[in-house]
Design a protein around this ligand. Structure first.
Ligand code: ATP
Ligand code: MG
Length: 321
């Protein structure tokens, strides 16, 4: 594949809206059982902090060379301060403090590579109308200056019904494609709130939450039903190690996977969404292939960290990539 398509990533401007998550990984050595409970006692060796959720999508966009305006919310607490050190010449941070919530943090403890425990600090309540209004204004001010609007909705409370409605309307008003990926994990599907968006990204489980009869034996027909149900222009279904399928610009596309030895598949969907959003709308087949490769590369890394752009460039230069 000609790598010119990823050279154009550097001219792309993305407006990214959604909850961010602080991913903290603590590694240690187990020294034995606790004297007072049947729990391991550890000595901490090192810890790493990453920006997850939409923070990870922003990091993917930056690593791929794109420009991102990132609108998100933080709590009024110590953990919010981790975000102060995050700077990049192509990152515009619009981080609003919500005094009613804690900064979302997911802390994981490992003995070498064995996960022992995860503790989440989350407030999943929806934002209040004052904050809603502020965010709507900021999205409105920034939307005209970008190429694409991206929402990854982990359903942690930032993307309220009203905010979603307004962003969908603004993307139409300013003729900016809106790419949406909703996680169905701790709350049921809210895909119906995103009716009419440009492109919806789903995995198989999410596809089934919209269309329970979603069937990979009838991929094109299944995608068409989802498009019709959600009034979408385009749809992409991610298939993990099997690659992805899509209907884009009325064309059915099946994109083979890029074969890798996966060590951590968590977050591959975020990698995929970021890479596809920087792609060329007139070359959907190539954009989908690049998203597959970037998603696959992300599975080779343990934890919340994007792959390196130069590895993608190298793959694209190979024959039959
Ligand atoms: N094991 C794998 N081998 C090769 N490619 C993979 C693998 N896992 C994921 N990918 C690539 O990454 C894309 C997105 O991954 P996946 O289908 O797991 O999305 P997801 O379920 O939304 O992920 P997430 O856990 O981030 O929500 C896939 O469509 C595929 O191209
Ligand atoms: Mg996902």
């Amino acid at each position: 594949m000609k790598p010119d398509i990823i050279r154009s990533f550097k001219d792309k401007k993305v407006l990214l809206v959604g909850d961010t998550i602080l991913d903290i990984y603590i590694y240690g050595n187990t020294i034995g059982l606790s004297p007072d409970a049947p729990a391991p006692e550890m000595e901490e060796r090192k810890s790493s902090i990453f920006f997850g959720g939409n923070g990870l999508i922003a990091s993917h966009i930056l690593n791929l060379g794109g420009r991102v305006t990132f609108v998100t919310i933080l709590g009024d607490d110590e953990d919010a301060k981790y975000y102060d050190s995050w700077t990049h010449p192509k990152l515009k941070k619009i981080f609003l403090i919500d005094p009613t919530r804690k900064t979302t943090v997911k802390r994981r403890w490992y003995d070498k590579n064995l996960k022992l425990l995860q503790v989440n600090k989350v407030d999943n309540h929806y934002i209040n109308s004052d904050l809603e209004k502020k965010i709507i204004k900021l999205v409105e001010a920034n939307a005209p200056h970008v190429d694409v609007v991206v929402i990854m909705d982990p359903q942690h409370g930032m993307l309220s019904k009203k905010l979603i409605k307004n962003i969908v309307a603004m993307s139409k008003k300013y003729k900016k494609p809106l790419h949406v990926d909703v996680q169905v994990f701790h709350r049921p599907s809210n895909h119906h709130l995103y009716k009419g968006v440009d492109t919806m990204f789903l995995n198989q489980k999410e596809a089934k939450s919209v269309y329970p009869k979603f069937n990979l034996q009838k991929p094109e027909q299944s995608l068409l039903v989802i498009m019709k149900k959600l009034k979408l222009k385009n749809v992409v279904v991610k298939l993990g190690g099997l690659g992805s399928i899509a209907i884009f610009s009325d064309q059915y596309i099946k994109s083979r996977p890029y074969k890798v030895k996966a060590v951590d598949v968590c977050g591959a969907g975020d990698a995929f969404l970021a890479a596809f959003s920087l792609g060329d709308r007139n070359r959907p087949e190539e954009s989908l292939r690049i998203a597959n490769i970037w998603g696959a590369l992300s599975t080779k890394i343990h934890g919340t960290m994007p792959p390196r752009r130069k590895d993608l460039v190298k793959i694209l230069k190979e024959k039959n990539s």
